[in-house]
Design a protein around this ligand. Structure first.
Ligand SMILES: *[C@@H]1O[C@H](CO)[C@@H](O)[C@H](O)[C@H]1NC(C)=O
Ligand SMILES: *[C@@H]1O[C@H](CO)[C@@H](O)[C@H](O)[C@H]1NC(C)=O
Ligand SMILES: *[C@@H]1O[C@H](CO)[C@@H](O)[C@H](O)[C@H]1NC(C)=O
Ligand SMILES: *[C@@H]1O[C@H](CO)[C@@H](O)[C@H](O)[C@H]1NC(C)=O
Ligand SMILES: *[C@@H]1O[C@H](CO)[C@@H](O)[C@H](O)[C@H]1NC(C)=O
Ligand SMILES: *[C@@H]1O[C@H](CO)[C@@H](O)[C@H](O)[C@H]1NC(C)=O
Ligand SMILES: *[C@@H]1O[C@H](CO)[C@@H](O)[C@H](O)[C@H]1NC(C)=O
Ligand SMILES: *[C@@H]1O[C@H](CO)[C@@H](O)[C@H](O)[C@H]1NC(C)=O
Ligand SMILES: *[C@@H]1O[C@H](CO)[C@@H](O)[C@H](O)[C@H]1NC(C)=O
Ligand SMILES: *[C@@H]1O[C@H](CO)[C@@H](O)[C@H](O)[C@H]1NC(C)=O
Ligand SMILES: [Zn+2]
Length: 818
């Protein structure tokens, strides 16, 4: 799943539907099912009464009814069948007695506090038996974005259409169908859907026959591969598709409402390349005949990886944004990591999400050559200068911000007590996986993953299975004369919250390292000090002047008080930012690193330089190192070859100076380190050259070579003429491209102007435009200058990064181009 950040400002309409299920708040206990029985095969027949299509709406509006056949195997003798079921009306529960086994259900009862129904049998069943139960049930489509629920789309003519869609992860399959709703109970599903003629129905697998009979149509779908219940999916609604086929013959479709069908090409292209890429990388074919994406306007997450039917919020599927590619890749990676091989239970969800996040950079490398860079935002244009490993740098930064209260292996709960997935698992899981990859080597790592996937296909794993797979391909990790066991190494990173800070002092022969937990900690952190708040830290280091590729490794064992390194030249610890830890140097070391960087900045790799820059800035802001160290390092990188590094240095310098500004009265000496550079910008009126006969796009394209140029100009433009013109164009020019270009342009300016435009209902923002607006607000919240950065719920944006590309790049480009 791809999470969405919760915005305090919401432009989306929240539709309320009186007739949908309005389930009263209830504490959910998540009692585990008994393991006496397990499902082998489900056969589901479901009729959905969705109004607005070809049937006469009646009292069954917004409801569904179904029959599920569940074939069961017996693990241990029992005389009852316990299933998950919540908010469903059960009409009938029987044993399918075609084999005349005399087995019957004597009675059944629901226990809502456990979300169970229990079927009592007339006798015990034994471990050599198989039998099938049939449960007949109905339910209401919900309005709370979980289970089987209502979402809406708008047709080009303004007519609103209802769609019905599922979102089951983590524990909401039980709201649509009685089942064994835990990830380890994998089984196959054969689904038959009956739905109003005129709507389109989708499920996980390819359709295998459709019969229309008057106002209702029935489609049956092929049986799925063996899978967990949370991956079952259904969509019914007003949608169209575009289609392609992968080299290996998988039918790929992207579905969306008719109004946005012309915006699916990029997602279609990206997904074809990425499916083929992952199939080749792991040597494992995507196992079903088709894979669909579909948009849902009201969706609790950003996107969901249901096997063969991926549901996305429109802004993560339509158009050209980098996030579209990133989220598409993330969900496709789950088809292998999550669907093919699944965590045993939700306390290991970091395996699913860590891997999907880790795979984003790999997937991105498949599409890079074909990616449509012309249409992406400023953020991405700067990203062009970024190598794929910098995905990991961002994930590390994000993880460190979120890594406060719980370790990776702890399960969290939502307010109502059901199992939650929080953003934190994604970047920290990915950062740990990245360390494992570097430790064993990329090639071995990919081979081990491929073997892990094959070994556990259609089954479930816990982290130990991953370590075992790595160990099969790699001897224990060497640590001087000692060995480091992979599992023992990983344990301190998965079972403790936070991460270490490594302090570096110079000695006569080199440097000496100590470790301490400085990471922000919340009150209850003491629960999680399994390794005494120490870690076995792989110390990757790079000496000045050594070959860029020549990064060395020494282990800093948790039992040792210090680690001594013998080095001649200034050394960067956590070289290439391979490790999930911070590094703080003594003052003298910062001076020699800065001198080295200034004289010959090619002496270290880009990611080593970024690591020093980011860490010193962070600790200066926290008052843990003198600010002038941050200024020294930042200034030494202002002329770096890489625009990305220059941009980060510029940004870091501004931050450090702002910090210093605050200390002005007390630290006179530090102020002398600062040079004051004028930052006056000339008066700008960016559209003054437009001819009144020109359309917006004609003038825009004539005036600006790239969106970036326009954006940078708009940032400086304070003229009323410009806002007046934009307002007039928005009212007169109905083309999607114009309106979306204007929106993006507006998002480059100050937040007040942006808010003024988007909150003006007379512009009739479409649902898709509202989605874009939400995305831009997210950028304001997390990437703009001094915006409300601290405003962050537990669900934070994935694109939140410590070094803020957007604003700094703008500034950097302004100062370097022309
Ligand atoms: C069978 O039951 C045993 C003992 O309760 C349990 O450990 C095991 O996981 C069960 N197997 C399945 C497939 O449910
Ligand atoms: C499944 O649904 C179809 C269409 O409503 C119906 O004809 C059929 O009898 C149903 N099957 C069962 C077993 O309920
Ligand atoms: C689903 O449809 C198939 C094909 O029409 C049919 O053979 C099967 O009996 C149906 N299943 C149910 C549960 O009705
Ligand atoms: C089909 O729906 C239409 C209204 O959309 C209604 O007039 C007609 O009676 C329905 N047909 C049947 C067989 O229910
Ligand atoms: C089912 O019950 C009938 C009558 O009690 C009995 O004759 C028959 O042998 C039973 N069949 C099985 C398979 O147990
Ligand atoms: C009936 O018995 C056969 C043979 O043992 C078995 O394969 C099948 O699954 C059984 N069907 C049901 C519904 O129990
Ligand atoms: C399911 O319930 C409906 C409505 O009560 C009934 O018409 C149908 O016959 C039932 N089907 C089964 C298989 O029990
Ligand atoms: C998608 O791919 C096709 C064929 O390679 C190409 O013609 C088209 O321009 C691409 N569209 C986008 C939006 O990338
Ligand atoms: C600067 O770097 C050059 C090599 O690039 C080296 O010869 C020179 O000694 C360095 N100067 C200082 C002051 O470090
Ligand atoms: C932050 O925003 C406020 C209000 O827009 C402004 O007064 C202040 O100068 C800004 N600070 C920085 C560091 O940009
Ligand atoms: Zn995910």
């Amino acid at each position: 799943m791809r999470l969405l950040l919760i915005l305090t400002f919401s432009v989306l309409t929240t539709w309320t539907l009186a007739e949908t299920a309005n389930v009263p708040w209830r504490k959910i206990t998540n009692t585990r099912l008994p393991t006496n029985l397990y499902p082998l095969e489900y056969t589901l027949n479901l009729t959905t009464f969705l109004p607005g299509y070809a049937w006469e709406a009646n009292e069954r509006d917004l409801s569904f009814e179904g029959t599920v056949f569940i074939k069961l195997g017996v693990n241990e003798t029992t005389n009852k069948v316990v299933l998950h079921s919540d908010s469903l009306e059960i009409y009938n529960a029987v044993v399918n007695d075609i084999n005349s086994s005399n087995l019957t259900v004597t009675t059944w009862e629901a226990s809502p506090e456990d979300q169970f129904i229990t079927l009592y049998l007339n006798r015990e069943v034994n471990s050599d038996e198989q039998f099938e139960i049939i449960v007949n049930f109905s339910g209401k489509l919900r309005d709370d974005r979980k289970g089987f629920y209502i979402t809406k789309s708008t047709r080009a003519d303004g007519q609103e259409m209802l769609n019905a869609v599922t979102q089951f992860e983590t524990t909401a399959a039980r709201y649509m169908v009685p089942c064994f709703d835990e990830p380890e109970f994998k089984a196959t599903w054969q689904v038959n859907l009956t739905y109003p003629t005129g709507s389109v129905a989708l499920s996980n697998t390819i359709e295998d026959g459709t019969v229309t009979s008057g106002n209702f149509t029935t489609t049956h779908y092929k049986r799925t591969v063996k899978m967990s219940s949370y991956l079952l999916a259904i969509f019914i609604g007003d949608i169209q598709y575009k289609e392609t086929t992968t080299d290996s013959g998988v039918r790929l479709r992207v579905y969306t409402d008719p109004a946005t069908i012309d915006q699916v090409d990029n997602a279609l292209n990206v997904s074809k390349i990425v499916v083929e890429g992952f199939e080749n990388l792991f040597g494992i074919k995507y196992p079903m005949e088709k894979l669909d994406f579909v948009t849902a306007y009201d969706f609790a997450a950003g996107a969901m990886e249901n096997w063969g039917l991926l549901v996305h919020k429109p802004n993560f599927l339509l158009g050209w944004g980098q996030e579209v590619a990133e989220v598409v890749i993330h969900e496709l990676a789950h088809q292998w990591f999550g669907n093919f091989v699944t965590m045993k239970y939700w306390n290991q969800i970091w395996l699913n999400e860590g891997f999907a996040s880790y795979m984003e950079s790999i997937g991105y490398s498949f599409i890079k050559p074909n990616f449509d860079f012309d249409h992406v935002s400023v953020y991405v244009e700067v990203f062009l200068h970024v190598q794929q490993f910098q995905f990991h740098l961002m994930q590390q930064s994000e993880a460190k911000e979120l890594d406060k209260s719980i370790p990776l292996n702890e399960m969290t709960y939502t307010e109502d007590g059901s199992i939650d997935i929080i953003t934190f698992y994604y970047p920290k899981g990915s950062s740990l996986i990245r360390m494992l990859e570097i430790l064993v080597g990329k090639e071995i790592f990919i081979n081990a993953l491929s073997s892990y996937l094959l070994k556990h296909q259609y089954s479930n794993t816990e982290d130990k299975d991953l370590y075992d797979a790595l160990k099969e391909f790699h001897q224990p990790l060497l640590c001087g004369p000692e060995e480091v066991d992979i599992e023992e190494f990983a344990r301190c990173w998965t079972h403790q919250n936070g991460y270490p800070t490594v302090y570096v002092e110079s000695t006569e022969t080199g440097v000496s390292l100590t470790q301490r937990k400085e990471s922000p900690i919340e009150a209850d952190f003491r629960k999680y000090e399994e390794c005494g708040n120490r870690w076995d830290i792989p110390i990757w280091y790079q000496e000045a002047g050594s070959d860029n590729e020549n990064i060395q490794l020494k282990w800093f064992k948790k039992e040792d008080n210090e680690l001594k390194l013998t080095v001649q030249e200034p050394v960067i610890i956590n070289a290439n930012s391979y490790g999930y830890y911070d590094v703080v140097y003594s003052n003298g070391l910062y001076e020699s690193i800065a001198a080295q960087l200034k004289n010959n900045s090619e002496t270290y790799s880009d990611n080593s330089k970024l690591r020093v820059l980011i860490d010193v800035n962070k600790y200066a802001i926290l008052d843990k190192v003198p600010v002038h160290n941050a200024i020294l390092i930042a200034e030494s990188l202002l002329n770096d070859k890489s625009i990305f590094i220059r941009a980060n240095a510029e940004r870091a310098l501004l931050k450090a100076k702002a910090k210093l500004e605050k200390q002005k009265e007390t630290i006179e000496t530090d102020i002398q380190v600062i040079e004051n550079r004028p930052t006056e910008s000339p008066n700008v009126n960016m559209f003054s050259g437009c001819d009144s006969s020109e359309t917006f796009l004609e003038c825009y394209k004539r005036t600006f070579d790239t969106n970036l140029d326009a954006c940078l100009t708009f940032e400086k433009d304070k003229s009323v003429d410009t806002t007046d013109r934009l307002a007039a164009w928005l009212k007169s020019d109905k083309s999607d491209e114009s309106r979306q270009t204007i929106l993006r342009l507006l998002s480059c300016g100050d937040i007040e102007t942006f808010r003024m435009f988007v909150s003006d209902t007379s512009y009739n923002w479409t649902p898709f435009e509202k989605e874009l607006i939400v995305g831009y607000f997210k950028e304001y919240l997390f990437e703009k200058k001094n915006g409300s950065k601290e405003k962050k719920g537990k669900k934070a944006s994935k694109s939140r990064i410590y070094f803020d590309e957007k604003s700094m790049s703008a500034r950097q480009l302004l100062s370097t181009q022309h």
